[in-house]
Design a protein around this ligand. Structure first.
Ligand SMILES: [Zn+2]
Length: 423
């Protein structure tokens, strides 16, 4: 064997070595687990500290209280931030909104959105193209309660490494622990995902949320989740939407948000009818059916359906800065549209501006075209790039195998020839 070919073989071996090791270790790309990106996501402690500091900087608009509850030795604390411009929270003429984030531990992005919404409400951050006069007019007439992290104990388990945990600190799914149709199990019931608890409201977190909802009596409720992109309205336990005027208003609002902010990419309709499975004992069904809140929604703000099943951080949260920023920008803008049109649709705002919801026709008539270039192209290019990398990787693996085969054949040939060549 001459020295040139031995160098060549050595190089090929070096290139293939990591692949051989991975193959030997049973490497499976589907088993890759993305860790929490700490450049983008705060820890729960840092996030709550930041929210508290924000509230303290704006005492005329914001206040915070922590509610506690215990059940059989299991304790939970839920922080609630109230936005009310003159702090006159007893003013019954104001439109009341209750937003909750982080009901499922692994959906970290939702609590980041809570902070963004509060920062805009405090006027430390602004939406692009925001008309501040119109915004102030809207916000004057609102009281908004924000629960930034409903499931702090579950979130701590995620931060300790259990990245797929969605339940609370003792394994109960807080979005199955409410009383409407509680405990009913579908054929594909998985206790790791959907354990409803020992009885309705067995969990301190749900007890606290029910207490807030019943005492505050909101006109509008949003339960913010991630895992897909959707704007859901009741029902979760049936595959239909409710009848009546308030249901029609919810539909109109959801369609407007979808076309105005998400180019029609969000799934809409009843949670139970759209998501592919019925969910029993959910918060939004209780809030609509029992607490009689006229507008009740579940928003799903992000999901990566291409993520492997075990790669939960990636499945439920944006992992790169561009997507992270886009999700927070788009959804905070959607929330401020909701703050503006929600009261108008329910006839609770004496505004000079009439509700101008975007219809499907307006959308197809040009709205779509003007918005498409924003992110669509970039995502397409990004996905094409990924596809190319995958194809190159497959080609590389194939050539390594061929080269190894040639290498082995050559060695065995030279071994066979050696005795004959020797004197
Ligand atoms: Zn969720």
């Amino acid at each position: 064997m001459d020295s040139l070919s031995s160098h060549w073989i050595f190089l090929v071996f070096l290139a293939c070595f990591p692949i051989l090791i991975l193959a030997d270790a049973g490497f499976d790309p589907a088993s890759v687990v993305t860790p929490i990106n700490r450049d983008l996501y705060r820890t729960s402690a840092d996030l709550m500290e930041e929210i508290e500091a924000l509230v303290n900087r704006h005492p005329k608009k914001l206040s915070i209280e922590t509610m506690e509850s215990v059940n059989k030795g299991y304790e939970a604390q839920v922080a609630v931030v109230t936005y009310c411009r003159d702090r006159n929270e007893d003013d019954k003429s104001k439109f009341r909104i209750l937003l909750t984030f982080g009901q499922h531990g692994r959906e970290l992005i939702t609590s980041e959105l809570a902070l963004r919404v509060l920062s805009i409400l405090s006027e430390e951050e602004f939406l692009p193209k925001m008309d501040r006069k119109s915004m102030n007019n809207t916000l004057d007439k609102l009281i908004i309660k924000v629960v930034p992290m409903e499931n702090l104990n579950g979130r701590k388990r995620v931060e300790a490494g259990d990245l797929c945990e969605r339940r609370n600190g003792r394994g109960v799914d807080l979005n199955r622990n409410w009383s409407v149709d509680w405990g009913k199990k579908e054929k594909d019931y998985d206790p790791y995902e959907e354990n409803p608890g020992s009885s309705p409201f067995s969990e301190p977190e749900s007890q606290i949320m029910r207490k807030i909802a019943l005492s505050f009596e909101p006109h509008l409720w949003v339960n913010v989740h991630s895992g897909m992109q959707a704007l859901f309205m009741p029902y979760d336990h049936r595959n239909t939407t409710p009848d009546g005027a308030s249901s029609a208003k919810m539909k109109a609002l959801v369609n407007d948000l979808n076309y105005r902010h998400f180019q029609g990419h969000c799934m809409t309709g009843s949670g139970g009818g759209s998501v592919g499975y019925l969910a029993h004992g959910t918060a939004t069904d209780y809030i609509y059916e029992i607490a009689k809140v006229p507008m009740a929604f579940t928003f799903e703000i992000y999901g990566d359906e291409s993520a492997p099943v075990k790669d939960c951080f990636r499945m439920f949260n944006p992992t790169d800065q561009t997507t992270f920023k886009r999700v927070l920008n788009d959804w905070s803008a959607a929330f401020f549209t909701l703050f503006k049109f929600g009261p108008q649709l329910l006839g609770m705002a004496n505004s000079n501006e009439s509700v101008k919801l975007i219809s499907m026709d307006d959308y197809l008539d040009g709205y779509l075209m003007s918005r498409r270039s924003r992110y669509g192209k970039k995502l397409e290019v990004f996905e094409l790039g990924l596809q190319e990398i995958r194809s190159y990787f497959r080609l590389f693996l194939l050539s390594c195998v061929i080269l190894m085969f040639m290498f082995c054949t050559r060695i065995s040939k030279s071994k066979l020839q050696r005795p004959n060549a020797s004197p």
